[in-house]
Write a protein that binds this ligand. Structure first.
Ligand code: FAD
Ligand code: SF4
Length: 332
């Protein structure tokens, strides 16, 4: 492990003054919350910051629910949010996404903020033995294009990076139009989660729209009639902890047997959590007839590009959408 100084600021203002930056391999200082991702990256020499700025005890960890919707403090753990009775009842897709993530031990430690900022599971990114990784080392190339890319993205890729975003939580939240509250030395602002993660483009090492020093302080999910009838379907290589090969988060607002409004987002297939508005538009007014669902789900493949080993994801993600909608639709 590369040596670093651990800073324990007395309050958030002092932490912000360090201008630590999440998701940037060229940042000399980074924040650490639960540490479940950061410590792995330090151990593997993927990250070598001079300073780690601890957020422990500085951020809100409450889970609040009211007429406006849900508010999750950035320090709330995955386990706390997944088990919260109101989340289970009113936002099942969030609870299911979390319970299908990681292991109980990790969920007890990992935070909401850290989950949204976790780094990709691309094996070439996580193994410094491979020189070519534009995300880890800008302008070094991409070993996954033309290499082992079974786990990689088919949507939102660039010629510089095809890494999939690993967060299950983010997929569920994007489906529900979540908003991120961000605080920096200059004040507070909000960012729609759909705009929070950046496409890789020419700069895959810059993963979010966070400015140096900014921290995620909370996540808000607006109240929505579709949230109760929601579901997270995760397809993975083994039933115990494993990242998504493909996942689908859906939420349905039904008008009798017809879908009034559907929200659909995909995981494991995009370089960022991926919403599919074309599918949603095709589902509006449709029944739960399997043929209609399959025709709508086929629109998710627009613009998708496989890289050999991951070609199967283009078909699998359509099937995941259909199955997730059938499960959500069967809910009272
Ligand atoms: C064995 C294992 C299995 C896993 N399986 C899954 C899975 O199936 N699905 C899944 O989604 N995840 C999975 N994960 C990842 C896990 O969810 C993340 O490691 C965890 O959510 C990160 O949270 P943390 O608080 O520990 O973050 P940390 O490790 O402390 O930090 C992660 C990143 O977030 C930044 N950061 C943390 N908090 C903030 C904040 N408030 N504002 C700005 N930046 C911040 C840090 O600087 C760092 O870059 C797994 C992890 C492990 C170890
Ligand atoms: S896909 Fe992205 S993270 Fe993986 S090797 Fe290529 S540049 Fe690096």
């Amino acid at each position: 492990m590369h040596p670093f100084t651990l800073e324990r600021p007395r309050d958030l203002a002092a932490a912000l003054a360090f201008r630590a930056q999440a998701g940037r391999n060229d940042a000399p200082a980074e924040y650490i919350a639960g540490g479940t991702d950061m410590v792995q990256l330090l151990q593997e020499y993927v990250r070598q910051p001079e300073r780690l700025v601890s957020l422990a005890g500085l951020l809100d960890n409450s889970v609040d629910i009211g007429p406006q919707g849900l508010r999750l403090g950035a320090a709330a753990t995955m386990a706390e949010v997944a088990a919260h009775p109101a989340v289970v009842q009113q936002f099942p897709v969030i609870s299911e996404a979390l319970l299908n993530s990681a292991s109980p031990q990790v969920r007890n430690q990992a935070t909401m903020g850290g989950n949204l900022l976790q780094r990709t599971r691309c094996p070439y990114f996580r193994d410094v033995g491979y020189a070519a990784c534009n995300k880890r080392e800008p302008a070094s190339g991409c070993a996954a294009i033309g290499g082992e890319n079974r786990w990689h993205a088919v949507l939102g890729t660039s010629e510089n990076c095809i890494a999939a975003n690993p967060s299950d939580l983010a997929v569920a939240l994007v489906a529900l139009d979540a908003v991120i509250e961000v605080r920096g030395a200059g004040g507070q602002r909000t960012v729609a989660l759909i705009d929070f993660h950046r496409l890789p483009g020419d700069t895959p090492h810059i993963e979010t729209v966070l400015e140096p020093g900014e921290v995620v302080v909370a996540i808000t999910v607006p109240a929505n009639p579709a949230a109760r009838r929601s579901h997270y379907l995760k397809v993975r290589d083994r039933a115990s902890f494993e990242f998504a090969v493909v996942s689908a988060a859906v939420a349905l607002d039904m008008d009798g047997p017809l879908i009034r409004q559907a929200r659909v987002a995909l995981g494991g297939v995009g370089t960022k959590p991926w919403r599919v508005p074309g599918v949603e538009a095709a589902l509006a007014g449709a029944s739960l007839d399997p043929g209609a669902l399959r025709r709508a789900a086929a629109l998710a493949a627009e613009g998708a590009q496989g890289h050999g080993h991951n070609d199967f994801k283009i078909e699998l993600m359509q099937r995941a959408i259909v199955r997730a909608i059938e499960t959500a639709g069967a809910r009272a």
